[in-house]
Design a protein around this ligand. Structure first.
Ligand SMILES: [Zn+2]
Length: 150
C-alpha cells in the first residue's frame, strides 16, 4: 500500500509560488481576484491568508522589494526571447531583424507584466515566509523587524 496522507504531505514550493499561494500554508491564495489581466484588480491581495491567517505585508513597504525580482524576471525573459529569436530567425544589424526582435520583445514583456508582477510578489514573500508543516496546529506569527535596543 502506498496510501498518501494528503493532510501531512508538504505541498511543492515551486507549485505554490507559480500558483500564487501563501508560503506559510501553501494553500491560501495571495491575490483576491484570480484573473491577472483584470488590470484594476491585478495586484489586490488579501491582508492575511484566508486559510492560515499569515499576514502578507509583513512590514510597511514590504512589497517594494519585488522590483528586484521583477527586474530579474524581465531580464531573464528578454534574454531567452532574444536567444530564441536569434536561433529561429537570426539577428543582424544589417537588416531590420534586430529592430523587429526589440519591438516584439518590448511588446510581449508589456503583455506579460501582470503575470510577472504577481510572480514577483509570490517569489518575494516566499523568500521571507517559509512553509510550516504544523501550520494547522498554531496560528501564523507575523514576522516583523524588532526595533533596535539602545
Ligand atoms: Zn496560509
Amino acid at each position: 500500500m502506498c496510501a498518501k496522507n494528503n493532510q501531512t504531505d508538504k505541498p511543492s514550493l515551486i507549485k505554490s509560488v507559480l500558483t500564487s499561494r501563501c508560503p506559510h500554508c501553501r494553500e491560501g491564495a495571495l491575490f483576491i481576484y484570480p484573473n491577472p489581466y483584470k488590470l484594476k484588480t491585478t495586484m489586490r491581495m488579501y491582508e492575511h491568508c484566508p486559510v492560515c491567517g499569515q499576514k502578507y505585508e509583513i512590514e510597511t513597504g514590504f512589497f517594494f522589494g519585488t522590483g528586484y525580482i521583477s527586474y530579474a524576471l524581465s531580464v531573464a525573459y528578454l534574454f531567452t526571447f532574444f536567444l530564441a529569436w536569434h536561433l529561429v530567425f537570426g539577428l543582424s544589424v544589417m537588416d531590420s531583424s534586430i529592430f523587429q526582435c526589440l519591438a516584439a520583445g518590448a511588446f510581449t514583456i508589456v503583455l506579460l507584466q501582470p503575470l510577472l508582477q504577481r510572480l514577483s510578489r509570490s517569489i518575494w514573500i516566499a523568500i521571507f515566509v517559509h512553509y510550516d508543516p504544523e501550520w494547522r496546529n498554531k496560528p501564523a506569527q507575523p514576522k516583523t523587524i524588532e526595533p533596535a535596543a539602545n
